[in-house]
Design a protein around this ligand. Structure first.
Ligand code: S3P
Length: 442
């Protein structure tokens, strides 16, 4: 893979990369550990009374932000190559950070941490990078304010956030029109500190990692339909949490293997929590040959090996309750749709416009540069296939999932695809490019 380098404090980092066409993906691999689970494990361990271990955590920029935040609030954290040991101080052991907490690109860090800080009798400031500073925070500001916190945001509810916590918080019954695991988790984390039961109901179940992990730290969870509740004040006991591979990271390789004829790929130890497996269902609906092997439970989360063999794909409709179950995989599914026979329609996915980038507008713009027939809509995309993609120059716009989806497009294109602004891949998947090179057959 050819690269341009830009100097940085830690040595040269590739700014642009060229992806050449590939014939197949072959082999067996592990992908980056789960990002959502790593964030949650760091947070719950920091609030537990004693030392917890996190095995195989994701060491990537987003999770580093969460780690730095808790270190700045006085939590001692030791790390080795494959493990974090976090010396939790209990619910009331956090100290005021001596500086604003920089959440970088990580919406999960900012929104979940806000739930915890809402209950701390201190003032905290949360800042983010340019992308995070454009992401709406009113969805957490409103419920956390009702619980008693004071939260000042830039106008219209954008970061930075200045949070003045309140002890004790008032319990809350909250219903949200937007299914969002970040909002749900923020409220549940605040609920740990409240006096009584806090519940949160969403129209469609979003990823339920927080609900699965809290009982491992000794906190019971109530579930009724799409409502989940926690009773405070809670006490968290230390735990050992094992983090499986991230299905969202595996998706780039799984889709590429579905599309490149002659591919056979095994991704081992991937989390297949049913609230996350929409991508596998859609690939199967499109005609893909996807098999799950050796399903087992690891730290409350179903985990398995995923085996994919190439097969011709056909267009499909992706909408409704499937959307929250594959929200982060839509960029790479859009690439798959360019190769599928017929039309693929993605609806009910307006949330994509407020992710790390406007994933509807920018995905359409960048795939169009490669010759895809793709039309943005207010809440989704319309894609006609199959199209032989051509080589060209594209931009990630600083969005890690766009960068990796464009890399998959590059494997399928007739000519070379030069992707600019690829450093963002480190947000969730350091080692992505090396793994791609390892598996590609040219
Ligand atoms: C996440 C929830 C989702 C997802 C994000 C990670 C989480 O965001 O897109 O990448 O870890 O809770 P929303 O809650 O905004 O849907």
């Amino acid at each position: 893979m050819a690269s341009d380098f830009e100097p940085s404090a830690t040595g040269p980092k590739p700014w642009s990369l060229t992806v050449s066409p590939a014939r197949a993906l072959q082999g067996s691999c592990v992908v980056a550990p789960d990002k959502s689970l790593t964030h949650r494990a760091i947070m719950l361990s920091s609030l537990a009374e004693g030392s917890s271990s996190i095995r195989h955590p994701l060491f990537a920029e987003d999770c580093e932000r969460t780690l730095s935040a808790f270190k700045a609030m006085g939590i001692a954290i030791q790390r080795s190559a494959n493990e974090l040991t976090i010396h939790g101080q209990g619910l009331h052991g956090l100290k005021t950070s001596p500086h604003p907490i920089d959440c970088g690109n990580s919406g999960t860090t900012m929104r979940l941490l806000a739930g915890i800080l809402a209950a701390q009798p201190m003032r905290s400031t949360l800042v983010g990078d340019a992308s995070l500073s454009r992401r709406p925070m009113d969805r957490i500001i409103e419920p956390l304010t009702r619980m008693g916190a004071k939260i000042l945001a830039q106008d219209k509810g954008y970061p930075p956030l200045e949070i003045t916590g309140c002890r004790p918080l008032a319990p809350l019954r909250w219903r949200t029109p937007i299914p969002s695991a970040q909002v749900k988790s923020s409220i549940l984390l605040a609920g740990l500190f409240a006096d009584g039961e806090t519940s949160m109901e969403e129209p469609v179940l979003s990823r339920d990692h927080t609900e699965r992990m809290l009982p491992q730290f000794g906190v019971p969870i109530g579930r009724r339909g799409h409502a989940v509740s926690v009773r405070g004040p809670a006490r968290l006991t230390p735990a050992t949490v094992e983090i499986p591979g991230d299905l969202s990271s595996a998706a780039f390789f799984l889709v590429a293997a579905c599309l490149l004829p002659g591919s056979e790929l095994r991704v081992t130890g991937v989390g297949v929590n049913p609230t996350r497996t929409g991508v596998l269902e859609v690939l199967r609906m499109m005609g893909a040959r996807v098999h799950l092997e050796g399903v087992r439970t690891l730290g409350g989360e179903p985990t398995c090996d995923i085996v994919v063999r190439a097969a011709p794909l056909r267009g499909t409709i992706i909408q409704g309750s499937l959307i929250p179950r594959l929200i982060d995989e839509i960029p790479v599914l859009a690439v798959a749709a360019t190769q599928a026979e017929g039309t693929t329609e993605i609806r009910d996915a307006a949330e994509l416009r407020v992710k790390e980038s406007d994933r509807i507008g920018l995905l359409a713009e960048e795939l169009d540069r490669l010759g895809a027939r793709i039309t943005p809509r207010s809440d989704g995309l319309l894609i006609h296939g199959p199209t032989r993609l051509r080589g060209g120059e594209v931009q990630s716009h600083g969005d890690h999932r766009l960068a990796m989806s464009l890399a998959v497009a590059g494997l399928l294109a007739e000519g070379e695809v030069r992707i600019h602004d690829v450093t963002c891949v480190d947000t969730s998947f350091p080692g992505f490019w090396q793994l791609l090179e390892q598996l590609v057959v040219r």
